[in-house]
Design a protein. Structure first.
Ligand code: NAD
Length: 475
């Protein structure tokens, strides 16, 4: 197999490699409105060809050893690193996220890190029984063809979260990126396919109808979906006839609870990035902050000071760490939720007044205090740079408000006393509860949602098992 070299020196080289020979749909930069490039408009017929090719390639890929597939994933990580800057610039131009901060370069780095970590996990058969009566072992076999449908917020990284464990387990993969960010995923696959065997990884860049066809496809054994809860429910329905295996990473509305003993100044920067990473467009971002009345004003002040230091603007400008909303629909959601909050009498600490007439979908960093828990900005997923800060007086009340929604992806507890924080964490209904941080994912640590935030786990050995068919051998 070829080794990784810098094939794509610039984003223009990458774009040239993925441009359709004719036709295609214009993709615009959400920061400037300028044309980034054209995305091929793949159809359900293209999807059929991709699934057939992936199916044909799967037995030979599954016949390799784990060590051989791990070596391929490590080469894929090398390829990402060798082409990292071109990937980051294209991602920034299409998605809008700045190059710097926890954004485009960080996302490309995470792609390489997740590929390498996934290559390194040990997955041995488990001995379930071994006594005079006999033996029983649990093995994890390849499933076959895995379909993966992704969102527009972290398009490259989430694609790697889906494809890396799927490939490692001997499956072949067909990706369907969001129609908002197809170029990022096409470019990533172009780079990965420089070093992967032919046909183990396909990408079909179509719209919702291609996603629907993938989720209902008879020759797709498992579907990994990351996106909104509403679409997740539609996919569960359309996959039912084929009894497809599913991993559902859906929407969240993560609560953070600041206990009265927390140090407002010490936690303010981590609170800020927990909420505003990727300009708030992150599944497990802190989306509602509950602060004890004793330190409420201090936390509001400390957060406002941090927010004032974070430049927002065009992603290719090295100074910026916050960018635009990725699309007009999301801009409109954030605008209307903040308007409703302001109309209800909530207090604006920062932001809330987007400039009109600018080319990009920039929404200012917004902090809203003195807001009721049932306000739509609290109760609905804003998925943007607007954080509501709710005052509470008892921990029981804060826990009840945190658990009051039907979603439960992540949550966090902030305190100077880790044991006290762990006790509160145990009472929160969420797949992950962080203490004194929020949203910090790690390729070794399983991640998944509670309640309507989904089911199935990603990352770590547990994540590998979700991409395998469990098989008991009993003798
Ligand atoms: P979305 O649900 O609108 O779209 C996601 C993908 O589903 C797109 O590729 C889209 O084309 C496809 N799709 C749409 N309708 C479909 C259908 N009927 N059948 C099959 N596919 C269909 O989500 P989005 O707006 O791109 O992403 C934002 C949402 O994703 C937020 O709610 C966010 O919280 C969530 N998210 C969750 C995680 C997680 O790990 N839990 C990670 C990132 C984002």
């Amino acid at each position: 197999m070829p080794t990784a070299t810098t094939t794509f020196a610039t984003d223009a080289d990458l774009l040239a490699a993925i441009q359709p020979s004719s036709g295609g749909r214009d993709i615009h930069d959400p920061a400037t409105g300028g044309l980034v490039g054209k995305a091929p408009e793949h159809t359900v017929a293209d999807l059929e060809r991709a699934v057939s090719a992936a199916r044909a390639a799967q037995p030979a890929w599954a016949a390799l050893t784990h060590a051989e597939r791990s070596a391929a994933l490590n080469r894929a990580a090398d390829a990402v690193e060798a082409n990292a800057e071109a990937l980051a610039v294209l991602l920034s131009r299409e998605q809008g996220k700045p190059l710097n901060g926890p954004n485009a370069r960080f996302e490309v780095g995470a792609c390489a890190a997740w590929l390498r970590a996934t290559a390194g996990f040990e997955l041995e058969p488990e001995i379930l029984v071994d006594d005079e009566g006999g033996k029983a072992e649990m093995h994890y076999r390849a499933l076959g063809v895995v379909g993966a449908i992704g969102p527009w917020n972290w398009p490259m990284m989430i694609s790697v979260w889906q494809l890396a464990p799927a490939l490692r387990m001997g499956n072949t993969v067909v990706l369907k990126p969001s129609e908002y960010t197809p170029l990022s995923v096409l470019a990533l696959v172009e780079v990965l396919n420089e070093v992967l065997p032919a046909d183990v990884l396909h990408v079909v860049s179509g719209g919702r109808e291609v996603g629907e066809a993938l989720s209902a496809h008879r020759d797709v054994d498992k579907l990994m979906f990351t996106g909104s809860t509403a679409t997740g429910k539609a996919i569960i329905r359309s996959s039912a006839d084929t009894v497809k295996r599913l991993t559902m990473e859906l929407g969240g509305n993560d609560a953070g609870i600041v206990l009265p003993d927390a140090d407002p100044k010490a936690i303010a920067a981590d609170l800020f990035w927990g909420a505003f990473i990727n300009t708030g467009q992150t599944c497990a971002a802190l989306k509602r902050l509950y602060v004890h009345e004793d330190i409420y004003e201090e936390v509001c002040t400390a957060l406002t000071e941090v927010a004032a230091q974070m430049p927002m603007g065009v992603g290719l400008d090295e100074a910026n760490v916050l960018g635009p909303l990725q699309n007009k629909a999301q801009f409109d959601i954030v605008t209307s939720l903040v308007e409703a909050a302001v109309d209800s009498g909530a207090r604006v600490l920062a932001g809330a007044n987007p400039e009109s007439g600018q080319p990009g979908y920039f929404y200012p960093t917004t902090l809203i205090a003195d807001i009721d828990n049932d306000n739509p900005l609290v109760a609905e997923e804003q998925f943007g740079p607007a954080l509501p800060i709710i005052k509470y007086s008892s921990v029981d009340e804060a826990v009840a408000m945190a658990n009051g929604l039907d979603v439960g992806l992540g949550a966090s507890v902030w305190s100077s006393d880790k044991e006290a924080a762990r006790e509160v964490a145990a009472r929160i209904q969420a797949g992950t509860v962080w203490i004194n941080k929020h949203g910090a994912v790690d390729p070794r640590v399983p991640f998944g949602g509670a309640k309507a935030s989904g089911y199935g786990l990603e990352f770590g050995v547990a994540g590998l098992k979700h991409l395998g068919q469990p098989q008991v051998i009993s003798y």
